[in-house]
Design a protein around this ligand. Structure first.
Ligand SMILES: [Zn+2]
Length: 1038
């Protein structure tokens, strides 16, 4: 009875715990853990990255073929060590910040004398190094013959159709060089006559780029510098003096806005992220995307479409940096394109897409390959009349279990192919048997423990009362399986300052009982019975407690807090109850009380731009790392809500959250009146989130390549098993692959991700995602199927991991260098012959430079005294677990004009490029990056819009204090509120709205998000960075 596999009803409807059978490949999750004691002085401090393996084999060195070109690829420690640090030269970028207290116009116009910024990230040492690599790469053998064989012809889109229709035929993106490239005589006029330019204009739809541009023509005469010399001694200064004016800087006010300054590179002539996004929306938006072919490139993350699983995992679950792997490691080294998959195993799918089916083979358990333990999936090939199958991953021939036998049809396919999810779908779930459970026992449902800091500041600010009041309603919304009436999740409550208070809220008590644990050096759980309860059963006692807590501590003077013992206590409570769970910790200050994990304020701006800057991202004391390890071992996920007024050392206190798959929320200078909505929405969403508990992820691959590195809110105890105390719908793990043999073009590159987890009702399950990629001996095939958004996700995570062990300068240089290498390789091997001075970008990567520049400019990678260290550590931690859609928005914010809306349409208006040039005095714009949202209002915003939004008569009357728009019933207000809701929808963090008026002080903050412009924190403008990359490419090609 339990052997029917296909459940046509809504998922999770046929779940039955299995009763033993197949051996579990995951093994007991904790069998090999050797946990250090809490506070173990032997714990490693040096490499606290979350996915750092404790194994003696460094992940980065595990690929038998060795790292790709040393110093340019991958942020594995080995490679980073090999990067020569800059020759003692103090980095001179990011100096001379513009005065921060200036109001109004923030950028000094054309401030070339300062902030050469990341264009010179690849400074002399780096360029020399690149030249060396160039030699080893033999890139100089540039010749039309080789090019012809692999080039992609922009004139023949059909040749790119391949197995699936690519909406935009790949073509060359041509660009005039930056001013530092000394063009050969007549270069510019010659270039403009080339066919690539008009063709780009036609196919990209980038206006103006196809025509000779008077602005461009002026460039060559500007800086007759030495250009692409092998030794660019004056690289930096030259960059600074490039005389590129910044159309976006409007210090002069309207006059400068009205007309483009002279001698500028026309921004419309360089690849536009918005154009790429809108083109993809136009060609693929609103359509059905069926995953029925190997190596298909999905629509962009920014494109809405309906996804149908027809044998490969939906791009909501897995996105790859390229959908065609190079067939050999030599090719991979040559291209420098990271081979990676970004896996979001619990991603939310929209209502109109099919949720995952659950396969239940009863006591037999999932069917797996005998050799590699891969799970039954569409990549298994049935043979011998259906009696055996060949594993697509390891080629082993397996017997089909008798109960699973089925005849094959005339094309060799099982006749029940479409009736079994595990044969026909990319993603599905299996009910796991007891072999997959801890101690071979079915798991208990998870528990949520709420732990509230009741020190003076939190009680005094009203935060404690706010939390307690909210919990009374929130606890009715604990997650449950769809078919269940109430949640199986149990709840517990702890408050703390210098000591811990546990509460007994057993249902038969008239009053809650408090137990104080003052020995915080060795925390124990003072009660087992009555601590974790079912809210429905204990409702009155719990509500009673939540009413009492704010009063209980109302008169407290205690200002010191503990922190690590709080986590320890929560973890011990879950351990004692033998269940997985989440801690919700509401904390405000640096834990300075005498206890394990005590911290001091070690923030030090003097470390910025030194080799010791990395220590700011490392935990201050070792004990947090061993605590995190204990938490993972006990399936204790730590969610941290921080309300800091000053430095709280996020690198230390956030570490456990990061390792355990938890989420970190931060509300600076929390004000009850203005910040409550943001906090409460976050809390509500987190409690209701779809989550897998006590999870282990394993990524299997077909022969020839394998997973070598993992990035995310994860913990690695060995080199293959990704452990997550919990994994929720927003968390993504980025997996890097390396070759260990040649890949076969016929069989492709297959990936199976299996996540073993405990569901919210306490059922042990396996979630399987399968995806097949193509392989090719042609580099052009690799470039044509790249996904820039996934590449940026990979680069961000690998760089943010690398900064724990490497100087930031080296990390930035490697990012620049790798960008240049990827593009130079394309140029050399795939593009049609043309002057070296011409910049040619692969179609699928044409916005890689702008995104890469955004990453380089992120506050994590650019230390500035004005940016709080905690803010940088916070951003770093957030990005490490982001999926592709979240990193795309985070690094390139959405800027939406709202002053000329079609009030009848429901659609969100098309975005414009993130540059001041796109703003106007008469305009109003929404900007959002997933963490912050701004409403920017030009000084001449139409009065009817102001009236509609704020119910005030004029610009001068608008108050910028509000964090929400008033509730008004006019069409403007409704429309713009609806746009804001759509932007916020499905984002992991609630964005607090900031209202910014043009030429008022807070505009400074807003302008940091105009990422195409030169940044006040020293980052290069897009134009400057493109020129810098172009120079690097020229060097590589010469
Ligand atoms: Zn196998």
């Amino acid at each position: 009875m339990s052997q029917q596999g296909y459940v046509a009803a809504p998922p999770y409807s046929q779940s039955q715990p299995g009763m033993g059978g197949y051996s579990a490949g995951f093994g007991p999750p904790n069998s090999s853990l050797q946990y250090g004691h809490y506070g173990d002085p032997n714990s490693s401090h040096a490499a606290p990255q979350p996915s750092m393996s404790k194994s003696t084999v460094p992940l980065g060195s595990s690929a038998p073929l060795g790292p790709l070109s040393p110093g340019t690829h991958q942020f594995s420690q080995n490679n980073f060590q090999s990067v020569p640090s800059a020759s003692g030269q103090q980095p001179h970028r990011f100096q001379n910040p513009p005065p921060l207290n200036s109001t109004g116009p923030s950028y000094p116009p054309c401030s070339h004398q300062s902030q050469p910024a990341s264009p010179d990230a690849a400074s002399t040492s780096c360029t020399t190094q690149l030249a060396n690599q160039l030699n080893s790469m033999q890139i100089n053998s540039y010749g039309p013959g080789a090019v012809q064989s692999s080039r992609m012809s922009s004139g023949h889109p059909a040749s790119f159709q391949g197995p699936q229709p690519l909406p935009l035929a790949q073509h060359q993106m041509a660009l005039l060089p930056g001013p530092q490239i000394p063009p050969p005589a007549n270069n510019f006029s010659g270039l403009c006559a080339q066919s690539t330019l008009p063709s780009m204009a036609r196919q990209d739809g980038i206006p103006g780029s196809g025509l000779p541009n008077p602005n461009l023509q002026q460039l060559p005469g500007q800086t007759p510098g030495p250009g692409c010399h092998p030794q660019q001694a004056n690289y930096g200064p030259q960059m600074a003096g490039s005389q590129l004016s910044y159309p976006g800087a409007f210090p002069g006010g309207p006059a400068q806005l009205s007309g483009p300054p002279q001698k500028k590179l026309d921004p419309d002539s360089i690849p536009s992220p918005i154009q790429v996004i809108e083109n993809d929306k136009a060609s693929r938006g609103g359509q059905i995307y069926a995953t029925n072919m190997r190596g298909q490139v999905p629509p962009l993350v920014t494109t809405d479409c309906l996804i149908q699983d027809q044998g490969h995992a939906s791009p909501r679950y897995i996105r790859c940096t390229t959908y065609c792997f190079p067939s050999s490691s030599d090719m991979a080294k040559q291209a420098h394109i990271p081979l990676a998959a970004v896996i979001q195993p619990f991603a939310i799918v929209p209502q109109n897409e099919t949720p995952l089916y659950v396969v239940n083979h009863g006591e037999t358990g999932p069917i797996r390959c005998n050799r590699c333990k891969a799970y039954m999936c569409p990549f298994m090939q049935f043979i011998e009349g259906g009696r055996r199958y060949q594993c697509g991953f390891c080629n082993c021939i397996n017997d089909v279990p008798p109960f699973f036998f089925q005849h094959l049809d005339h094309i060799g396919r099982r006749v029940d192919h479409y009736e079994r999810p595990e044969l026909s779908l990319g993603s599905y779930e299996y009910v796991a048997t007891l072999d997959y459970c801890r101690d071979n026992k079915p798991p208990n449902p998870p528990a949520y423990i709420f732990m509230i800091d009741v020190s003076y500041r939190n009680t005094n600010s009203g935060l404690v009362k706010l939390i307690c009041n909210e919990l009374k309603t929130l606890l009715d919304k604990l997650p449950r399986e769809e078919q269940e009436e109430s949640s199986a999740v149990r709840v517990g409550f702890v408050t703390y300052n210098k000591v811990l208070h546990f509460f007994n809220v057993k249902s038969n008590l008239a009053q809650p009982q408090m137990m104080v644990v003052s020995d915080v050096g060795e925390v124990f759980v003072p009660l087992l019975d009555g601590f974790l309860v079912n809210f429905q059963e204990s409702r009155s006692v719990v509500n009673n407690l939540l009413d009492q807590i704010p009063e209980m501590f109302a008169d407290t003077n205690e200002s010191e807090t503990i922190f690590a013992p709080v986590i320890q206590a929560g973890m011990e409570a879950l351990k004692a109850a033998e269940c997985a769970g989440k801690l919700f910790i509401f904390h405000s200050s640096l834990p300075t009380a005498e206890a394990p994990g005590k911290l001091r304020n070690r923030d030090d701006k003097k470390l910025l731009n030194t080799d010791k800057e990395k220590t700011l991202f490392q935990p201050q004391v070792n004990s947090y790392e061993s605590l995190a390890r204990d938490c993972v071992a006990n399936a204790c996920c730590v969610n941290l809500f921080l309300f800091p007024n000053q430095y709280v050392d996020i690198a230390s206190v956030g570490l456990v959250t990061m390792y355990t798959g938890g989420t970190l929320y931060k509300y600076n200078n929390f004000q009850l009146s203005s910040d409550s909505p943001q906090f409460l929405t976050d809390l509500r969403r987190d409690i209701e989130k779809k989550t897998g508990f006590d999870a282990i992820m394993r990524v299997r691959t077909s022969t020839g390549f394998r997973a070598t590195d993992f990035f995310g809110a994860i913990y690695m105890n060995n080199t293959t098993d990704v452990e997550m105390a919990a994994v929720d719908c927003d968390k993504a793990v980025t997996v890097e692959f390396k070759h260990d043999d040649k890949l076969n073009e016929d069989s492709g590159a297959l990936i199976q991700c299996a996540v073993l987890y405990t569901s919210v009702s306490g059922q042990r399950r396996l979630r399987i995602h399968n995806i097949g990629l193509n392989c090719s001996t042609q580099l052009a095939d690799v470039y044509k199927t790249c996904e820039t958004d996934a590449l940026i996700n990979f680069f961000a995570k690998s760089a943010f991991k690398a900064i724990l062990s490497q100087p930031l300068k080296a990390v930035r240089e490697i990012l620049v260098s790798q960008t240049a290498h990827m593009l130079a390789c394309y140029r050399k091997n795939c593009a049609s012959p043309s002057a070296v001075s011409q910049l040619i970008l692969p179609d699928a990567m044409k916005v890689l430079p702008v995104y890469m520049n955004c990453l380089l400019k992120s506050c994590v990678l650019t230390g500035r005294p004005e940016i709080p260290t905690d803010e940088r550590a916070y951003h770093r931690q957030l990005v490490m677990s982001m999926g592709v859609a979240d990193t795309q928005l985070f690094f390139y914010p959405q800027l939406l004009p709202i002053h000329n809306l079609d009030l009848k349409s429901n659609a969100v208006p098309a975005a414009v490029r993130c540059s001041e040039e796109r703003l106007s005095e008469g305009g109003a714009f929404i900007l959002a990056n997933g963490l912050s949202m701004f409403l920017w209002l030009g000084v001449s915003t139409p009065p009817e819009l102001i009236q509609g939004l704020f119910n005030v008569p004029s610009f001068a009357h608008i108050s910028t204090e509000a964090t929400l728009l008033p509730d008004l019933t006019n069409p403007y207000s409704k429309k713009i509120k609806s746009i804001m809701e759509q932007i916020q929808n499905q984002k992991p963090y609630t964005m607090k709205l900031m209202i910014v008026k043009q030429r008022e002080q807070p505009e400074m903050l807003f302008r940091q998000f105009l990422v195409e412009d030169k940044s006040i924190h020293g980052g290069a403008s897009y134009v400057d960075f493109l020129c810098c990359v172009h120079r690097e490419i020229c060097q590589l090609l010469n």
